[in-house]
Design a protein around this ligand. Structure first.
Ligand code: IMP
Ligand code: MG
Length: 184
């Protein structure tokens, strides 16, 4: 797997330090002390498990699954809700957690949905934001890192559902992208 890495953009140590900072900010911003955290599966899974263990607040966890880069896609094919188990969020303060803000389609799809389900407040947190106009135009409350408009994997992010277990955020070699296109 490691020969497939072209460049490490953000190391696991940088991620760890930034996750702590985000958690401090989020803890201070939710005075309710009883919140619902909603990670967008599958990409936000690893980020969310690290983040919530640094947030010493009573919380529920609700799950949402969205598909936007199905299979070996390198750009969004439009966000689609493919499953949800958010529970009863009526009147609750919700934090939506996603891995990366790219076209903004996921946030634009999910935030209204959580409001429809009766959330009193919906805030959004993404680990990464790509430097592209669509991402910059989409409002989110917390951003871990700004990154160039490149395709990245690791720390939950995938290519064709692989590489999520890499500890760092990296780019892949063109050879890896070609080879893993048809892997299953
Ligand atoms: P958006 O809906 O276009 O903002 O994209 C968000 C979703 O697309 C993320 O939650 C990821 O699942 C996926 N995605 C966007 N950019 C990348 C990338 O560079 N690598 C892997 N997945 C990505
Ligand atoms: Mg995702």
């Amino acid at each position: 797997m490691h020969r497939d890495i072209q460049r490490v953009l953000i190391s696991q140590y940088q991620i760890m330090a930034r996750v702590k900072e985000l958690a401090v900010q989020i803890t201070a911003d939710f005075p309710q002390k009883d919140i619902t955290i909603v990670p967008v599966l599958t990409g936000a899974m690893i980020f969310c498990t690290d983040l919530i263990r640094q947030i010493p607040v009573q919380m529920h966890i609700g799950l949402l699954a969205v598909s936007s880069y199905p299979g070996a896609s390198l750009s969004t094919q439009g966000s689609q809700l493919i499953g949800q188990q958010v529970g009863d969020i009526r009147g609750r303060h919700v934090l939506l957690v996603d891995d990366i803000l790219d076209s903004g389609g996921t946030v634009r799809l999910i935030v209204p949905l959580l409001r429809q389900l009766g959330a009193a407040e919906v805030k959004t947190c993404v680990l990464l934001r790509k430097d592209r106009p669509a991402a910059m135009k989409t409002h989110v409350d917390y951003v871990g890192f700004e990154i160039p408009d490149e395709f990245v994997v690791g720390y939950g992010l995938d290519y064709n559902n692989y590489y999520r277990n890499l500890p760092d955020i990296v780019t892949l070699t063109p050879e890896a992208i070609e080879r893993m296109k048809d892997a299953s």
